[in-house]
Design a protein around this ligand. Structure first.
Ligand code: GAF
Length: 415
């Protein structure tokens, strides 16, 4: 979600979609690298990623662009163009910082710790994603930073399976949001024309890979050694369509004359400061009481064996995994009315069982349903952000709706 890190995070507002060309030219000469990374919409499968579960996101056309120039000194200087803010730090040892500054510092620190030292640089960050609107502006920022900085520092195309958990550690260790891998995976692996059915157990994004609880300052969280992640043989896939990746199943998203739109509820949120981390701890507590390593293994009668609210939380996770499979079946059958009903059911569950909705989101859902949406639900971590809605032919979405469709993955772009 467009989330952790707070209101200052440097992806630009949606209403100013154009990049500022001045930043590119301001006497700096050609950039040595530039990368674009998209935000995402999750069709269904919310709060399942950190429970070893299933998700169905697609990367969207809006995103974040990072440009890099050589430095004249030993420092990294970041210009967040859209908010007119700056940061300066030492690449070998970034100190902690608040708000949007934690992202670049965290990405540089985690890449360095993983064996990819980052050269001094001047960076500009700009974008088209609304911040804090549930469309994953944070992950887009992390992915664009990583791709641009790796290219600038001569490391070439990374193993993207390695990159997703690394960037999730930035959220966890530097930003303080104990998120899973949904957003980074969507931004790194998006495929035009497709949603991605993600099996987080195979991708290794479960409770072990991304910690439930705060990581001590200065420590770098590592996935446990020896965790078996099935990997396809051969050189790593760079996000180009058609290359198989274990745990990622592209599902054709053919909407015909139907439309998917998002509407910003106007309620800003950050995962670090919302109830997100509490939900995650509740799932950890439920696992403990049930004696299972992950909620993917929870038996169907598990909700009834737990005290509330844990029973409701687990009921949501189990049903939501099931809804991902139902949505895949509906898409394959071209049954868009069924997809609409699945969106509604997911929203009801997020509101009543997982309890992550807020009044502004409820008003937005009601407005979209009133306008004729076949289904509408909050998207991302909740506690604010955007609502996703599916409109049948002949029904007009409200004026503030933004049409969304599946785009490509984060990538190096022309400088
Ligand atoms: C946020 C998190 F970043 C994701 O990891 C995921 O948990 C999502 O909320 C809820 O599905 O976007």
């Amino acid at each position: 979600s467009a989330r952790p890190g707070g209101s200052e995070e440097p992806a630009g507002p949606a209403r100013r979609p154009r990049m500022r060309r001045g930043a590119r030219r301001r006497g700096r000469g050609p950039a040595t690298a530039a990368a674009f990374a998209p935000g995402r919409v999750n069709l269904v499968g919310e709060h399942t990623d950190y429970n070893d579960g299933l998700c169905l996101p697609f990367a969207i056309g809006l995103g974040v662009t990072v440009r890099v120039w050589p430095a004249a000194d030993d420092l990294i200087r970041v210009h967040a163009v859209d908010i007119g803010s700056h940061d300066v730090f030492v690449p070998a040892e970034p100190a902690r910082a608040e708000g949007w500054r934690s992202f670049a510092r965290g990405v540089v620190a985690e890449l360095t710790a993983a064996g990819y030292p980052i050269r001094p640089a001047r960076l500009s960050v700009s974008g088209t994603l609304p911040r804090g609107a549930g469309l994953s502006s944070s992950a887009a920022l992390e992915v664009a930073l990583a791709l641009a900085l790796l290219a600038h520092s001569g490391h070439g195309e990374p193993d993207r399976r390695e990159l997703a958990p690394l960037l999730s550690r930035v959220e966890n260790t530097w930003v303080g949001a104990h998120t899973g891998l949904l957003d980074q995976t969507a931004s790194l692996f998006g495929q035009p024309g497709h949603a991605l059915r993600l099996d987080m157990r195979v991708l290794g994004a479960g409770p072990e890979a991304t910690p439930d609880t705060p990581v001590p300052p200065g420590a770098t969280a590592r996935p446990p050694a020896g965790r078996a992640v099935p990997r396809p043989p051969g050189r790593w896939h760079t996000g180009s369509p058609g290359r198989p990746v274990a745990g990622i199943e592209p599902v054709r998203l053919d909407l015909g004359r139907w439309r998917l739109v998002t509407v910003d509820s106007g309620a800003r949120h950050t995962n670090a400061a919302s109830g997100y981390n509490t939900r995650r701890s509740e799932c950890a507590h439920a696992r403990e009481l049930l004696g299972v390593a992950s909620l993917r293994d929870a038996p169907p009668d598990a909700p009834g064996r737990l005290p509330e609210p844990l029973g409701r939380r687990v009921r949501h996770v189990l049903d939501e995994n099931e809804r991902v499979n139902q949505a895949v079946a509906a898409l394959r059958a071209g049954d868009l009315p069924a997809l609409g009903r699945i969106l509604d059911a997911s929203h009801a569950s997020l509101r009543d069982l997982y309890e992550v909705s807020v009044p502004e989101v409820e008003e937005t859902v009601a407005r979209l349903t009133g306008a004729g949406a076949a289904g509408a639900r909050l998207v991302g971590g909740g506690f604010g952000g955007s609502v996703l809605a599916l409109f049948p032919p002949g029904r007009r979405p409200p004026a503030d709706a933004v049409r969304v469709g599946p785009g490509g993955p984060g990538r190096l772009v022309r400088r």
